[in-house]
Ligand binder design. Structure first.
Ligand code: SAH
Length: 266
């Protein structure tokens, strides 16, 4: 892995994992999710952990996978979402992250759960995925797109490794207010307007299935929880209140090589 941005982001997540180890102690061995929570209603009493799992489950429903399916989790963090998906769907899940510390934790989690036969992790850059064409039934990117310096390149790689008709399910951030830096520069976090996704996907021969704004269900309450639990996080939570958050579901078209009429049949 040689890309400078990927290296730097990986180092930031290594550092964050070390900080969390101090904060969480032995609990860290259970893995952790590093994404926003989803609360169905303002009255919902779900904890942050439950709300994070709820978002993982909303993504899982959209992947359309089951026993025997192969899923790639791009930007897998410490592996908790991948483990949950493997347990709930029966699918074989491969996760990639640029942080070696996270991969070590994720591997340990797979061993603890006795899931190493169908839950595995590798340090790899999403911009250059080390997998053959059409080797997965679906691809997930749960809160990792914001770190990718070139979203088009990542989507191209996702399209290459997913089978024709397979789903790509991701979340991404946009600015609801004039942008203010939220994360340190070394996190290389950027936003993209949801309006930019349809043309971006079209240009890559991907078909948009769903674009869903989930800002109200995620951002305000997640930030309130983060303010309580993680003073050490190097995030500007006031600036983050101006962020919007959304889910994108796309399918890979069949390639023209699949024969006449195959295009768009997904
Ligand atoms: N999906 C996980 C982690 C989200 S945090 C969860 O929900 O818990 C963002 C993740 O993206 C981190 O694991 C980080 O290492 C990963 N990431 C950032 N840039 C990446 C890149 N270029 N290639 C692969 N993973 C990347």
């Amino acid at each position: 892995m040689t890309d400078r941005v990927a290296e730097e982001v990986g180092r930031q997540y290594d550092r964050l994992t070390e900080d969390l180890a101090v904060f969480m102690g032995d609990d860290l061995q259970q893995g952790y999710s590093a994404h926003l929570g989803y609360w169905d209603t303002p009255e919902s009493r779900a904890t942050f952990q439950e709300a994070m799992d709820r978002l993982t489950d909303l993504m899982t429903e959209r992947l359309r996978i089951g026993p025997g399916s192969r899923l790639l989790d791009v930007g897998c963090g410490a592996g908790a979402p991948a483990a949950r998906i493997a347990l709930r769907t029966g699918a074989e899940v491969t996760g990639v992250s640029v942080s070696q510390e996270q991969i070590a934790l994720a591997d340990a989690l797979a061993r603890t759960l006795s899931l190493t036969d169908r839950l595995s992790f590798s340090r790899a850059d999403a911009m250059r995925l080390p997998y053959p064409d059409a080797s997965f039934d679906a691809v997930l990117a749960l809160e990792s797109m914001q770190h990718m310096p070139d979203r088009a390149q990542v989507l191209r790689e996702m399209r290459r490794v997913v089978r024709p008709g397979g789903r790509i399910v991701l979340t991404d951030f946009y600015d609801r207010l004039p942008p203010v830096p939220v994360a340190p520069e070394s996190m290389h976090a950027t936003t993209l307007s949801p309006d930019d996704y349809p043309p971006l996907l079209r240009s890559l021969d991907l078909r948009l299935v769903e674009l869903l704004d989930i800002t109200a269900e995620t951002v305000p309450r997640s930030l309130a929880c983060l303010a309580e639990v993680a003073q050490g996080l190097d995030l500007d939570l006031d600036a983050a209140a101006g962020l919007g958050y959304y889910i994108v579901v796309a399918t890979a078209h069949r390639s023209p090589a699949d024969g006449p009429g195959a295009r768009g049949a997904a």
